[in-house]
Design a protein around this ligand. Sequence first.
Ligand code: ADP
Ligand code: G6P
Length: 459
Amino acid sequence: MKSPPRLVVVANRLPASRVGHGPGIRWERSPGGLVSAMSPVLEDRGGVWIGWDGGAGPAPRPGRVGGVDLRGVGLSRSEVEKYYHGFCNTTLWPLYHDAIVNPEFHRSWWEPYIDVNRRFATAAARAYRRNNLVWVHDYQLQLAPRMIRERKPNARIGFFLHIPFPPDELFAWLPWRSAILRGLLGSDVIGFQTQASAENFVRVAKRYAGAEGTERELTIDRRTVRVMACPISIPAAEFEKIAASPSVRRKAAEIKQQLGGRKMLLGVDRLDYTKGIPLRLHAFHELLQDRKLSVHECVMVQIAVPSRESVPGYEETRREVELTVGRINGEFSMPGKVAVHYFRRSLSREDLVAYYLAADVMLVTPLRDGMNLVAKEYVMCRDDGTGVLVLSEFAGAARELRRALLVNPRDVETLKKTIVQAVRMRESDQRMRMAMLRSNVRRHDVHDWSRAFLEAIDD
Ligand code: ADP
Ligand code: G6P
């Protein structure tokens, strides 16, 4: 059988970053859904991953982790500021997430965005061999597909956007909208998390970039570009396996016991304003105040990975979360019965799964989210069929996980009622819903996602 074409993955982040100094230096897995999703694909097929290691300075030396060649792209201190903190995370990230915080538009950030995209494209062209597939990822690299095409006209190039693509009303704000669209349209295939995002893209590609065609296929410069919705997923079997391991089950039992056998409500997120962590805490706070729930019966655990701390909005979110946790605990904790446990750190996958196993209710309440893998991970770990997923309507995952308790997180009254419904749900109802949710994720795991996308590029 012919072996599959080698992959050239181009993503802002390397899947691992170097931490420590001198002899203590080691590679640590990078945060976020993109890395979680792509690691198994590359471990299966092999290839090269072009990305940034998260620091300022020259490119790190090439490395190899888990059968993948890592090729670093270096960013100067000023580029970290203007490209990463600036254009990527203060302009594009909030704009593409419904402008939850106000996106800022600074002309001095645009040139660095072009320069860094060009550097990634050059590195990709250098790593490219005949018949390879090039897969570019996410909002940080929207100009790269066209730049790679200029260097390798015959390359097959796919682009996948991990975050939502905004509606015309928001996208139109972007002073550089046509250039961004032309950059993306250098691909052969452009993938989105949802049909709604794909439709938003097609509309603006026609309006601002002169593309023509249908919802699935656009024509520009006498080339065709396929547009598809291709929701990302998780390595389902791997999560099931970790959840079944005796040491992880022991750890879950220990967590339950340490929490006094109370019903556990869990949140697991990057500490990001899109994730709706404060709203979820406010809802829990009010439920304690209204005596709809009590600390004798319930405990909330919020695990938050630090993220983008020098970007506007993140420090404020952290302060609000920490203030609210302090307030709730000050008012309601009792000896041996803390109301909210808050961990601001990254956990190993085993520890994370132990928390999923210990959680009676999983609260996934983002204000806007491309997909949200945490929701799918929780479901796949619940192998005894119990547990309740409360899921925001505004996460891409809500399109597939229809039997979750779907909620508008800004509607605090309904959110409160939904949390109570989750805590009190009969076991038979939990099992019925969880069986459907598990079969949704199992039927479409990360391998199906990457296969579908790569087949489309390879077509
Ligand atoms: P995003 O990509 O916006 O961060 P996702 O929910 O899609 O959100 O993906 C987050 C990924 O990061 C998941 O795979 C999740 O398991 C992982 N993750 C989230 N919080 C933690 C944590 N505290 N420790 C370790 N991994 C985490
Ligand atoms: C989300 C984005 C990724 C990003 C990740 C972590 O998952 O879609 O592109 O890598 O968050 O964010 P960071 O800024 O730390 O790379």
